[in-house]
Design a protein around this ligand. Structure first.
Ligand SMILES: Cc1cc2nc3c(=O)[nH]c(=O)nc-3n(C[C@H](O)[C@H](O)[C@H](O)COP(=O)(O)OP(=O)(O)OC[C@H]3O[C@@H](n4cnc5c(N)ncnc54)[C@H](O)[C@@H]3O)c2cc1C
Length: 444
């Protein structure tokens, strides 16, 4: 059985430039989208990726591009991102697999019904096309659904894209505008001159620049920690499977209290146990206990805190290093955790009850990804005031695939100093505390 769905590759550049207008650190969906916007605006962009473009979270997710159910603070950005998804393929001549299929959530219990009904009011206030669907209407909207659901919430404008294709496709579009993409090129740290960013240092040497974006996914906390900055970010294991041999099942993504599925562009479906994630305990859980206490209280039932070998492997990761030595980023080129098979099998079981046409489905792939979360489950997108020139677009808390293009556009607008399309205030880095003082390494 294959471990991970197919990730498309780009033809990466071989030579590391000596200088750039902007360096992007990490080529997930956020980094490549930022690079596309910056390069299209005429800036000289270099993207450094420690492994392969898109190989971590951005190719391991379910591929839902969803506005429905988002935090109110994130909704305008999510809506703008969807506008961008709709244009990407035609505008740049690429294939991300985006398709405006609509998405439906279904409720079986009264609690689930209340949650969906409450959220429909948030959607209405934001002028979103979400609407409550009665049990009898669900039958028509989702043929084959078992008669066990009380109601649903349907958003026609939501959609899906292909995680294995999207980030590489956007990277290829950025390359057409002259962006340089370096793979197997970990960034070890930054250099400053008179307190301002003056270079980033990769495993192959320095690139002079006055602007950089940390879009390092689950590694952003470690990267910024070495600079003396505290970015509160914890890791959660998300696990999923692909199944085949399914006929007459809805082509739009559907989520219930304990299942989720999405059709892929090549046939077959991604399936997962919705609202169940494993949180492997790490030393950061103790360091950040008070930052996450309110979030833990809210999501206690969904989170499955576990003591695993990850606690000891994370304990061994150095939290500071000099730029002349191998950094932790080079030691793990691609974060590829083991899938949690009991969850994947249970996902298929619960799905068969909800949609009996999954009875003949068989699993072809199992995989997992490490999801990075912030205490308020909202990303950080903007400048890091303590080090002028340094920026962040990270902490997407399990919804970064959908908002990736919007986040890339927003951080590019901030770096370029143009008026942002979306208000960046909810995403400020300094909401996590203003008192951090960076440890700087000066340029020679
Ligand atoms: C199982 C699962 C299901 C999900 N489902 C959905 C979904 O349906 N919809 C949705 O919107 N979101 C979903 N998500 C979340 C989504 O995938 C992430 O929020 C999003 O991909 C994050 O993108 P990113 O660019 O921030 O990070 P990543 O994709 O993780 O990219 C970060 C990159 O930075 C690189 N990097 C790190 N440190 C360095 C360094 N020092 N130097 C150079 N490179 C570095 C890494 O190698 C990596 O490639 C899901 C996630 C998982 C795991």
């Amino acid at each position: 059985m294959m471990p991970v769905p197919l990730l498309e590759r780009i033809v990466a550049d071989e030579i590391q430039p000596e200088s750039a207008d902007v360096v992007v650190i990490g080529a997930g969906i956020a980094g490549v989208s930022a690079a596309l916007n910056l390069a299209e605006a005429g800036l000289k962009v270099v993207v450094c990726e420690k492994g392969l473009v898109g190989a971590e979270q951005s190719s391991r997710n379910w591929g839902w591009v969803r506005q429905m159910g988002r935090d109110e603070a994130e909704l305008p950005l999510t809506m703008q991102s969807l506008r961008l998804w709709r244009q990407l393929d035609a505008r740049y001549g690429i294939f991300t697999g985006f398709c405006e299929t609509g998405i439906t959530y279904v409720a079986r219990t009264r609690v689930e019904e209340r949650e969906l009904t409450n959220w429909s009011k948030i959607g209405q206030a934001a002028d979103l096309d979400s609407r409550v669907v009665s049990a009898s209407e669900l039958d028509r909207l989702l043929p084959g659904i078992a008669p066990r659901f009380r109601m649903g919430l349907y958003t026609a404008g939501d959609g899906r894209a292909e995680p294995g294709k999207a980030a590489p496709a956007i990277a290829r579009a950025a390359q057409k505008f002259g962006a340089t993409f370096l793979e197997n090129c970990a960034v070890r740290g930054i250099e400053t001159t008179a307190g301002k960013l003056s270079a980033i240092v990769t495993e192959h040497g320095a690139i002079k620049t006055s602007a950089a974006i940390v879009s390092a996914g689950a590694w952003s906390r470690l990267f910024l920690g070495n600079l003396g900055l505290n970015f509160p970010q914890l890791k959660v294991l998300g696990t999923a499977a692909r199944v085949e041999n399914v006929i007459d099942v809805p082509t739009m993504p559907v989520g219930g209290g304990d299942f989720a599925f999405r059709e892929t562009t090549e046939g077959g479906y991604y399936v997962a146990l919705r609202n169940y994630n494993i949180a492997p305990l790490t030393p950061d859980h103790f360091r950040l206990f008070f930052d996450y206490l309110p979030a833990l209280a809210k999501t206690w039932r969904e989170l499955n805190l576990r003591f695993t070998k990850m606690f000891f492997s994370e304990l061994k990761v150095p939290r500071s290093w000099s730029f002349s030595e191998e950094s932790p980023f080079e030691k793990v080129r691609i974060l590829d955790p083991d899938p949690h098979m009991p969850y994947n099998l249970r996902a298929l079981e619960t799905l068969r009850v909800a949609f009996p046409k999954f009875a003949s489905a068989r699993i072809t792939h199992n995989w997992a990804g490490i999801i990075d979360t912030t205490p308020d489950a909202v990303p950080a997108i903007g400048p890091i005031e303590q080090i002028p020139g340094l920026h962040i677009a990270s902490g997407f808390s399990g919804h970064g695939f959908g908002i990736g293009p919007g986040a890339g556009e927003l951080i590019s607008q901030i770096v370029r100093g143009v008026k942002p399309t979306v208000d960046p205030t909810p995403f400020r880095f300094d909401r996590f505390g203003k008192t951090q003082s960076p440890k700087l390494q000066m340029s020679a």
